[in-house]
Write a protein that binds this ligand. Structure first.
Ligand code: ZN
Ligand code: ZN
Length: 163
């Protein structure tokens, strides 16, 4: 397991290579976005990331956040999820380098996401692959429900109020 410093160095090298290959500008903004992504441990949407960059008073446009996320997904540094929990259809993202494969629990009320690892999932993958003669490369598993956080019900939804 790499420490977070060398993980970021590996991620930076991969992004650099990817931007070069795509003929995109290797701007400091893109690397600052990568750094922010790799400092987080959550499942964020593009707007969360944009807001976080603003709070660091790092001047990046929404467009830069969106297209940098695309690049990061393309080169495998970020994983994109479409959890599809009821009214929340936004894509959510998480860093992927140095992460174990894991499954998700998604709260359909406040949209918080938890993760879990269970070695039995790997066993199922192997068994199903063997019995159906199928080369399983990965899987995704999402449990939907409601979390038990105190503020789950009352967490304000970001919707314009109609008076
Ligand atoms: Zn909740
Ligand atoms: Zn996750």
């Amino acid at each position: 397991m790499q420490d977070s410093h060398s993980l970021l160095a590996t991620a930076r090298a991969k992004l650099e290579e990817s931007l070069l290959a795509k003929g995109l500008r290797r701007s400091s903004e893109r690397f600052a976005i990568l750094e922010e992504v790799y400092s987080r441990n959550d499942h964020f949407d593009a707007e969360d990331l944009y807001q976080a960059m603003q709070q660091k008073s790092y001047p990046v446009s929404r467009a830069t956040v969106y297209n940098t996320l695309e690049v990061l997904v393309d080169c495998g540094l970020v994983r994109r999820h479409q959890f599809g929990d009821e009214d929340n259809t936004k894509s959510r993202y998480e860093k992927s380098l140095g992460r174990q494969q894991h499954a998700h629990l998604v709260c359909v009320v406040c949209h918080r996401v938890k993760e879990f690892c269970d070695p039995r999932l790997h066993l199922i993958e192997t068994n199903v692959g063997n019995s159906l003669q199928f080369h399983v490369k990965s899987h995704s598993l999402v449990f939907y429900g409601q979390c038990t956080n105190d503020d789950c019900e009352t967490k304000p939804v970001e919707e314009p109020k109609v008076d």
